[in-house]
Write a new protein. Sequence first.
Length: 252
Amino acid sequence: MPATYEEEALKAQAIVARTYTIYKANHKKHQNADICDSSSCCQAWISKEDRLKKWNEENRQSNWNKIVKCVNETKGKIVTYNNEPINAFFHSNSGGTTETPKEVWGGDNYPYLQVVQTAGEEGYKQYSSEVKLTFEELTNKLKEKYKDIKINFNNDDDIKILEHTESGRVRTIKFGNHELSGVETRTILGLKSTNFEFSKSNGQITFNVKGYGHGVGMSQTGADSMAKEGKSAEDIIYHFYANVQIKNLNSE
């Protein structure tokens, strides 16, 4: 989460990141460590030195102090459901509506991760993006996974969204002789989310995308938008995670 975001949003992020780390440590994937620093497996991490280098010199110390303040003021706080740390997913921008984990990774849903609406996200650069591909580029990208792909671009039924999720994201889309999930399509075509529409024109297909990330759990821009409206870190967390409690690690 950018250090420029509101303090209450950063506090919410601190609580959520702490919770996510503890959840991962409690459900170990590694024999010789509680957690790794791969964002695709456990929790992303960056050293203070490397973090400071990425900021403009005049903002380095104030940004760092702000983050330290938000972490310290939420020290020990985690999000729980039935007295257990939750799998506290978060993402950049939900496009106005969050997603359930089952639609992204399959398996069972968590009761505390529901579809919720969030206002104010459209003001952030992460809210909308587009990817333009020629028909040939699209075919070549799909051929990397599906060698036998055949698409008749003159037939509107050959590229067609077949099904949406409850949140309005693409669940299934047809490309010629193959049906792909929205999640797989996002990966193959490099889209920022599965909340997309498309249009064809002059030998080119344009994907108009809303949001950034998987859409599950807390939206970082949504958190900042709520904080700008005067909401607290606790308000933010209770908005994005259903029927949870914020507890102190040392209180049990």
